[in-house]
Design a protein around this ligand. Structure first.
Ligand code: TA6
Length: 306
């Protein structure tokens, strides 16, 4: 069967052509995506998960694709102030809803999340989330459907204001990675020491962005199509509605202080995270917002002098 439940808390998708994906119901976290390319058909792991990551639901997974909702980073919206770093979606158990597709075109599953008592205690908005993960021969896509389920008819309307992001840990030789095309894009450098400097926009001057230094950059209105490349490999990411993108690698100084980061783990991945994180998406009661990413494996030989 191309979709299997493994020990209840996990779902495995297997494509007829050999690619596979594995998700935890905890956080709807994709923890594995194995795929080949047209020139190198042998499926290999495309995501990084730290060997010290907790996979038992005790804390958010250090790796894979954590789902970030309704807030990115430290909360700033008045409705989010009781939430922790990166909101709650990545640290609650989702429900397996259905198999959406299961054929040569792809294998797709749908997970859902509705307010529980624990969530409502910290976040008392009406919402319904559906997360659709689709595995194709050389692609993985993730769609987050956010519905405002408020039945309020008050004025002003009971809008749902949120941020959302796919926190992709892309397996790659970090010090050889270049991310395109971000040149001339406005970004916020979260490695700056002062809040004032972190809040002041910069403009990217590099044709290809590397992460050889500690990098934590939030690119605003970044274009929606990215290539994460390294000698002989790469991942293309195309998005819908996710207007911003974060590029993050802690390198050793910050990475070695993370309890669930394996030794040298920072050398094995780059986070390229499409999201809506500058400002807030807003939907009226009854409306639905859909944020999508499509990740494709590319065989890439591309280096550029910076
Ligand atoms: O997406 C980049 C970032 O916001 C970094 O600032 C760093 O905190 C990273 O996320 C990991 O956050 P976490 O809460 O998973 O340790």
């Amino acid at each position: 069967m191309p979709v299997t439940h493994v020990d209840g808390g996990r779902v495995t998708l297997t494509h007829p052509k050999g690619s596979s994906a594995e998700l935890l119901l905890y956080g709807a976290t994709v923890i594995s995506w194995k795929s080949g390319t047209t020139t190198e058909p042998q499926p290999i792991e495309r995501l990084f998960v730290s060997s010290k990551a907790a996979l038992d639901g005790s804390k958010p997974v250090r790796g894979g694709i954590p789902v970030i909702f309704p807030s990115f980073g430290a909360p700033t919206h008045p409705e989010h102030m009781r939430l922790g770093q990166h909101g709650f979606a990545r640290s609650v158990v989702w429900t397996f809803d259905s198999i959406v597709m299961d054929n040569d075109a792809g294998v797709s599953v749908r997970l859902t999340l509705e307010p529980t008592a624990d969530i409502t205690a910290k976040y008392d908005k009406s919402f319904h989330l559906a997360y659709v993960v689709t595995l194709a021969e050389h692609q993985l896509s993730t769609d987050l459907h956010v519905k405002n389920t408020s039945t309020s008819t008050t004025y002003p309307p009971d809008n749902l204001e949120f941020q959302a992001l796919f926190h992709n840990y892309i397996r790659a030789p970090a010090n050889d990675v270049l991310v395109f095309p971000l040149q001339d894009k406005k970004y916020y450098d979260k490695t700056e020491v002062s809040e004032e400097a972190r809040s002041k926009p910069k403009v990217e001057t590099r044709a290809g962005v590397d992460v050889r230094q500690f990098t934590d950059s939030v690119y605003e209105d970044a274009g929606g199509k990215y290539e994460v490349t390294w000698p002989g490999g790469g991942i293309e990411i195309k998005v819908r509605e996710l207007k911003d993108v974060v590029v993050w690698n802690p390198q050793e100084a910050a990475g070695s202080k993370m309890g669930d980061m394996e030794d040298g783990g920072w050398e094995k991945y780059v986070c390229v995270e499409p999201g809506y994180v500058r400002g807030f998406a807003k939907i009226e009661p009854g409306k639905t917002w859909i944020g999508q990413q499509i990740m494709s494996v590319i065989h890439h030989e591309r280096r550029i002098n910076q």
